[in-house]
Design a protein around this ligand. Structure first.
Ligand SMILES: Nc1ncnc2c1ncn2[C@@H]1O[C@H](COP(=O)(O)OP(=O)(O)OP(=O)(O)OP(=O)(O)OC[C@H]2O[C@@H](n3cnc4c(N)ncnc43)[C@H](O)[C@@H]2O)[C@@H](O)[C@H]1O
Length: 141
């Protein structure tokens, strides 16, 4: 069975620009992803996304506007085993609240779409960022 993980692609409106939150792992290849993590037994996908976002970024449900119907799923292999990751779109509402990192991450950045795609590296993740960016420009701005 595939490993399953869930999280949020979080954006903010900052100085007239849309910026996305990416976080860099403190382990492995130090890759950059939105806050997300593995689904624990008995959890729903949304509960996992909320728990991981609180643990990894310090953001609570009430700090965000969650677009529950705006969701993307990607699949890839990790150590030859399938992994499925589900992301919802979320906007940070409490702009005065900064990210609080856990031991799992060593850095974070708020990035334009282009810069986020450059750091995200993987085409699947880039496509998700582009999909959400299109949604924002057509439905949020
Ligand atoms: N190498 C390591 N050394 C020490 N501790 C480790 C470790 N890897 C995981 N851990 C532990 O696992 C915990 C993380 O657990 P969780 O927080 O629960 O889970 P996760 O975000 O899904 O973990 P991960 O970072 O591994 O996932 P991703 O799919 O992004 O990334 C998994 C792999 O897939 C690659 N990847 C990411 N996105 C991809 C894509 N779209 N296509 C192909 N490969 C991709 C990444 O580069 C990465 O190599 C950490 O606390 C840490 O202790």
């Amino acid at each position: 069975m595939a490993t399953r993980a869930c999280g949020f692609v979080i954006f903010r409106q900052f100085c007239g620009k849309i910026e996305y939150l990416l976080m860099q792992t403190s382990y492995g290849k130090h890759h950059w992803t939105p806050p997300k993590g593995r689904v624990d037994p008995g959890e729903t996908d949304m509960i996992t996304a909320l728990r991981e976002t609180k643990e990894e970024a310090g953001y609570l449900k009430e700090d965000m506007k969650i677009f529950e119907s705006v969701k993307q799923e990607i699949s890839y292999l990790v150590d030859k085993k399938p992994k499925v990751v589900v992301y919802w779109l979320a906007e940070i509402l409490n702009k005065n609240k900064e990210v609080t990192l856990s031991h799992e991450h060593q850095d974070f950045k708020w990035l334009t779409l282009e810069d986020a795609c450059n750091l995200a590296v993987y085409p699947e993740m880039q496509n998700i960022l582009k999909y959400f960016d299109k949604y924002i420009s057509e439905n949020v701005l």
